[in-house]
Design a protein around this ligand. Structure first.
Ligand code: PEP
Ligand code: MG
Length: 557
């Protein structure tokens, strides 16, 4: 995901760029949501046992409210996406958290509000200072549950004033519970100054299907209240006081998007076939099994990329073979015979798990990541392969390896794979035949794809990394936007070469990077002979729509 944070100013109209969380256009008035930061007093308490009971009662009430919130969110956005409210209930029982609050009340003889506030600060500081991006985000969860308990303890209702007409919510950041408490009918869009695209709030916004842009760097001020704004969730742009030309353009885009939305819903159950009869596989990308609901809901033909590293990133320690097996088995069973392509871990670069103990590198994107870690740490690699092979018994499982650059790597992978299978045979553990593919995401792999194609069952082109390595543009660096051309001819030619070489060796080839969902390129990809496109679940039906409107028998202009 590219981070765009430039702010561009025009006459009267202000345009801000941020990160898009969900596509769509919203036009309406801004409603500022500013938190009434609760002022917490430090009071001396004589009866600390009674104060601890008061804290426990508030905790119980918070859990009760969260359970209620879980039920309504589950009904609205599905159980998987409402899971955050279950996690918050569990956090309210966390021994370290509860122990800390009680200890402060007991040792310092202070009120519960103060003890919760201090614990919140300590935990947030601890989580924020961790290297692991996932753990950093847990600071927001700690803040959310603590503020919730404090609100109950002090009996204040710090909720935001509810708007009485549909508005564009503009806030510094939103906690998941705040996002879920908003009446969906009154919210046209979310715009936040902070927040991360992988945060739970972002995920929830995406699931609620509301255009949302985060990280906009808008200076919040009371004058913004009531101003007309346009949120372009497709481009990650926000226009405040839009001029007439922008308003007209955006209204048209809004109407087109609405039409497309209605249209694509009718495409469930239909084939991905062009007017002239060319069929193509459309699969979905996932990072965890909670997203399988979306994969099925959007009628994807399979999972084209299961980014298994997220199974590792969600944990404080390395997941065991058994834990992984249960997850992959669940994916295979849920997809019920549809192909599930599990990519072995792509840890490293922007996806760091503290417990891997990787050294800091000057050039992490070109460093020890993905298959390189697996080949250097065979014990980690073997445990994952065992789990994948074991899960193959429960459905149609395929495996693919990221960041391949040479034939030697494939040979080494094959040796490890053979060792793992021999061990499973010896232990009488059954497994099915598993298709073995590689990602083509380095220029090296694309250029020798004729050689590599003879060694594997399929290719999946990772255009995100292929683009960054081809154009030498760091995909994480927002400063380089102007140098990043997603349609660069060099990348497209490499995709074409890869397709030709795959077919010459009689193997299939797909695209699982972001470019696969770029509808401007669908025709070109189909003409190149791409056999499969794997895209975020929400992009499956729009892509099907595009495919069904293409006619490849017509000459290209
Ligand atoms: C890619 O590089 O295009 C890809 C699909 O992998 P990731 O985005 O996880 O690096
Ligand atoms: Mg990649």
């Amino acid at each position: 995901m590219r981070a765009d944070t430039n702010k561009l100013k025009g006459e009267g109209m202000n345009q801000y760029k941020g990160k898009s969380v969900y596509g769509g256009i919203a036009i309406g008035r801004i409603h500022l949501m500013e938190k009434n930061k609760q002022r917490i007093m430090r009071n001396k308490i004589e009866d600390t046992a009674a104060e601890i009971r008061r804290f426990d009662a508030a905790r119980a009430e918070a859990k009760r409210q969260l359970a209620k919130l879980y039920n309504s969110a589950a009904a609205e956005v599905g159980e998987a996406n409402a899971a955050i409210f279950e996690i918050h209930q569990l956090l309210l029982d966390d021994e370290d958290y509860v122990g800390s609050v009680k200890n402060i009340i007991r040792e310092q003889g202070v009120n519960a509000e103060y003890a919760v506030g201090v614990t919140e600060d300590n935990f947030c500081e601890m989580f924020s200072s961790m290297d692991d991006a996932y753990m950093k985000e847990r600071a927001a969860d700690m803040k959310d549950i603590s503020e919730h308990v404090i609100k109950i303890l002090s009996d204040t209702d710090a909720d935001f004033a509810t708007p009485d007409e549909p508005v564009i919510i503009l806030a510094d950041d939103l906690a998941p519970s705040e996002t879920a408490r908003l009446d969906k009918n009154l919210v046209l869009s979310f715009v936040t100054v902070h927040g991360s695209v992988n945060s739970h709030t972002a995920i929830l916004a995406r699931m609620m299907g509301i255009p949302a842009v985060i990280g906009t760097e808008i200076a919040l001020s009371p004058e913004l209240e009531g101003k007309i704004a346009v949120v372009d969730g497709f481009e990650g742009s926000v226009y405040i006081n839009p001029d007439n030309e922008t308003l007209t353009r955006m209204r048209k885009r809004h109407d087109d998007a609405q039409k497309e939305q209605r249209l694509v819903q009718k495409l469930k159950g239909k084939e991905n076939v062009t007017k002239d009869g060319k069929k193509i596989l459309v699969y979905a990308n996932i990072g965890n099994i909670r997203e399988l609901d979306d994969v099925l809901e959007n009628d994807a033909g399979g999972v084209g990329l299961f980014r298994s590293e997220f199974v590792y990133l969600e944990r404080k320690t390395c997941p065991t073979e058994e834990e992984q097996f249960q997850i992959y088995k669940k994916a295979a069973e849920t997809m019920a015979g549809k192909r599930v392509i599990i990519r072995t871990i792509d840890i490293g670069a922007d996806k760091q798990a503290g417990y891997f103990g990787l050294e800091k590198e000057a050039n992490p994107a070109m460093g020890l990541r993905a298959i390189r870690i697996c080949l250097k740490r065979p014990e980690i690699f073997k445990a994952q392969l065992r789990a994948i092979y074991r899960a193959s018994k429960y459905g149609n499982v395929a495996v693919m390896y990221p960041m391949i650059t040479s034939l030697e790597e494939i040979r080494k992978i094959k040796a490890v794979s053979a060792e793992v299978k021999a061990e499973l045979d010896k232990e009488n553990i059954p497994y099915n035949n598993v298709e073995e593919g590689i990602m083509i995401e380095t220029p090296a792999a694309a250029m020798i794809s004729d050689i590599l194609a003879k060694e594997v069952d399929f290719f999946s082109i990772g255009t995100n990394d292929l683009s960054q390595y081809t154009m030498a543009v760091d995909r994480q660096n927002p400063q380089l936007d102007e140098f990043f051309n997603p349609h660069h001819e060099a990348v497209l030619r490499m995709i074409e070469i890869t397709c030709k070489n795959a077919h010459a060796a009689d193997i299939w080839v797909g695209i699982c990077g972001e470019l696969g969902a770029d509808l401007e390129l669908t025709e070109r990809f189909l003409r190149m002979g791409v056999d499969e496109l794997s895209v975020p679940p929400s992009r499956v039906l729009p892509l099907r729509n595009r495919i069904r409107n293409l006619d490849l028998s017509r000459a290209v202009n």
